[in-house]
Design a protein around this ligand. Structure first.
Ligand SMILES: Nc1ncnc2c1ncn2[C@@H]1O[C@H](COP(=O)(O)OP(=O)(O)O)[C@@H](O)[C@H]1O
Ligand SMILES: [Mg+2]
Length: 311
């Protein structure tokens, strides 16, 4: 899609995302459409591994806008998110201009000062980079729930005004408006103020049919019957009360594994050998072995029966 062009319909966005390798459901497509038309940021929440980050990447591929990513973590501050002065370079310039003299000539400090607080001496971090980009970008602020509320407040300012003020330089206003996606794994409640500014998208584990489509997109070589059976088992596992239920990411990994080991069916033996791909806690493994493995049956059913549970 050429950049200046806004999408005309939700269907167009959905199709475009599909071409970019992302199978969007109705609400993801709608929110992606509105974000572009209304120029509002999107907050995407949901469990790990359901396609939050990938949505931003797919939007970047689909719109042709470069992706700028700010990966959040505990303790992330303005110096790593907005900008930072390059002290080392500033120091070198001061030394060079002083020319080794103990007493620099009158008025020279003012000149040096103006010089070293210019863009040349600035490290631009993702937020400033997104704001000052010549071409409109997709800005992904990933896992915002890992930062603290102070950081959120700073972010609010950037997201509401689309400008960043640097005391020594002045205000840098956005040349183009970035398409902003924030993701959260829901590890803490985000502030109302942030939510108010954003469109909201809740991404959950998909239905069997949708997940099957996604798995097939990533591993088209895997037999369809086997893929379906695998996705059904993943859904069975998700119903248990696990510490960490398997996500789409794990389904895809499992599909790749089954393909690599040349599995023909998902019988008990294959399951037990490969279940560590989808369950990754000791206690979860025990529970899954007890509740799910026993249901799968030992023998490989005759050809053609794949995808059916035993009578
Ligand atoms: N709707 C989808 N279409 C295609 N691939 C998807 C979809 N949802 C998830 N995936 C795949 O699942 C994996 C995990 O997605 P990711 O975006 O990293 O999850 P999250 O950011 O929610 O933790 C990625 O490999 C991604 O390609
Ligand atoms: Mg992610």
């Amino acid at each position: 899609m050429p950049d200046a062009e806004q999408p005309r319909s939700v269907a167009e966005v959905r199709e475009g995302l599909g071409e970019a390798g992302y199978l969007a459901d109705e609400s993801s497509a709608l929110v992606s459409f509105l974000a572009q038309r209304l120029g509002k940021p999107v907050l995407v929440e949901g469990p790990a591994g359901v396609g939050k980050t990938e949505l931003a990447k797919a939007l970047s591929r689909h719109t042709g806008r470069p992706l700028i990513r700010l990966q959040c973590y505990e303790g992330l501050d303005e110096a790593k998110a907005l900008y930072e002065w390059n002290y080392r370079k500033q120091l070198l310039r001061i030394q060079a201009e002083a020319g080794g003299e103990a007493e620099p000539p009158e008025g020279s400090w003012e000149a040096t000062r103006g010089d070293i607080f210019s863009e040349e001496f600035l490290f631009t971090r993702p937020l400033l980079e997104a704001i000052s980009a010549e071409m409109p970008v997709v800005l992904l602020i990933d896992e915002i729930d890992k930062t603290d509320q102070e950081f959120e407040a700073m972010l609010l300012e950037v997201l509401s005004d689309f400008q960043i003020s640097i005391p020594e330089l002045g205000v840098i206003e956005a040349r183009t408006r970035p398409l902003v996606l924030l993701t959260s794994n829901n590890s803490r409640e985000l502030t109302e103020a942030l939510k108010r500014r954003c469109l909201y998208l809740w991404l959950d584990y998909p239905s069997v049919e949708r997940e099957l489509e996604i798995v097939r997109l990533h591993t088209p070589e895997l037999d369809e019957g086997l893929a379906r059976r695998m996705v059904e088992v993943v859904h069975m596992v998700r119903q248990l009360d696990l510490k960490k239920p398997p996500s789409i990411a794990e389904s895809i990994d499992w599909a790749r594994t089954l393909l690599l080991v040349g599995a023909e069916d998902l019988d008990r033996e294959t399951f037990e050998q490969s279940m560590s791909i989808i369950v990754k806690h000791r206690s979860d493994i025990d529970l899954v072995a007890e509740r799910v493995a026993v249901k799968l049956g030992d023998a490989t059913p005759p050809a053609g029966a794949a995808g059916q549970t035993q009578a």
